[in-house]
Design a protein around this ligand. Sequence first.
Ligand SMILES: NC(=O)C1=CN([C@@H]2O[C@H](COP(=O)(O)OP(=O)(O)OC[C@H]3O[C@@H](n4cnc5c(N)ncnc54)[C@H](OP(=O)(O)O)[C@@H]3O)[C@@H](O)[C@H]2O)C=CC1
Ligand SMILES: O=C(CO)COP(=O)(O)O
Length: 342
Amino acid sequence: MSTITVIGAGVMASSLSFPAVENGNEMRLTGTPLDREIIDSVKENRYHPTLKRTLPEGVKAFQIEELDAALSGCDAVILGVSSFGVDWFIENALAKIPDKIPVIAVTKGVKVYDDGTIQTFPELFESKAENGKSHEFCAIGGPCRCYELADHDDTRVAFCGKNMEVLEFFKRLLERPYYHIDLTQDAAGLEIAVALKNAYALGVSLGIGLEEKQQKYMCNTQSALFGQSSYEIMKFVQYMGGNVENSIHGIGDLYVTVMGGRSKEIGKRLGAGMPYEQAMEELKGVTLESVVIARRAAKAVRILSEKNQMKKEDFPLILHIDDVLQHGSMLDIPWKKFRVNE
Ligand SMILES: NC(=O)C1=CN([C@@H]2O[C@H](COP(=O)(O)OP(=O)(O)OC[C@H]3O[C@@H](n4cnc5c(N)ncnc54)[C@H](OP(=O)(O)O)[C@@H]3O)[C@@H](O)[C@H]2O)C=CC1
Ligand SMILES: O=C(CO)COP(=O)(O)O
């Protein structure tokens, strides 16, 4: 049995308590300062109010002030914050994790610097770890809607990191008959693919919005956008020096997010013709990583293509999404620019 401390009691990390506890592990769920009500509720009767499920018996809940106790004697950490909580984690929690304890993040996203450098979150955490402390930073990618994981529906994800032994350890902690886990040392490829799927889920969902507006099926449009999204994801994976075959985890994740994620909600509204500001107002309070990652991806393409390290022609969809989000452009899907550049 191992003791796993979760930092960030969002819906995804909390749903991992099902496989973790079923495998005999102790699960300590710690909230961020924003998760107070969730933790109060779990402490009272194990009910997670946003996941809308009762967590398995044995899950222990901790408020942020109790983080030291939650981390004491733990064998592994799961980071559960969304990309909006990454800076909070680095500033407030990272240094408290005991030396050598491995960390695996569910967080999807990347950082893009002003020179175009794209940094995955495991790389970012490694660069911010206290001097003298060493952690293996790993991450989880692939299609996994938290509600379905909690309900034991089959899915297949990938764990990535530098050290295969650590990845095997995390796999032993969490693999279940319904939670299938691939392991890969291609963190750059996996992380960029699964981060980008949020941006492209917005892109594919433009077609869902068009469909709703016109009150007729528009499967062709959505599927063609799905194809172009997959192409642009693969081009990013190639740029990162990743294994293009790992794009499957991002593409699977794209499908689940278009079908049932939150990222599609913004694309749907834009596709139906709603102005960006109004759409964001309607979705206030919803975790919407798609908007941020779309901007970051487009920023990278613009800078890196100036430097001749990427080709703008490979990314017409993300550039158009960014024009709509940031530059007030009217939605006008650039179909003629979609092509396979061999
Ligand atoms: N939902 C899903 O099915 C899946 C989600 N993921 C990924 O997992 C990550 C977490 O998502 P999910 O659990 O759904 O999201 P939630 O919004 O439920 O949880 C996000 C967590 O991050 C915290 N957080 C957000 N903003 C801040 C901030 N500024 N400072 C400190 N903490 C913050 C949240 O607090 P608070 O709850 O108060 O906002 C919460 O603990 C995301 O990167 C997502 O892409 C991956 C696979 C599936
Ligand atoms: O990452 C997810 C599924 O793998 C969930 O995506 P959303 O953030 O769009 O809900």
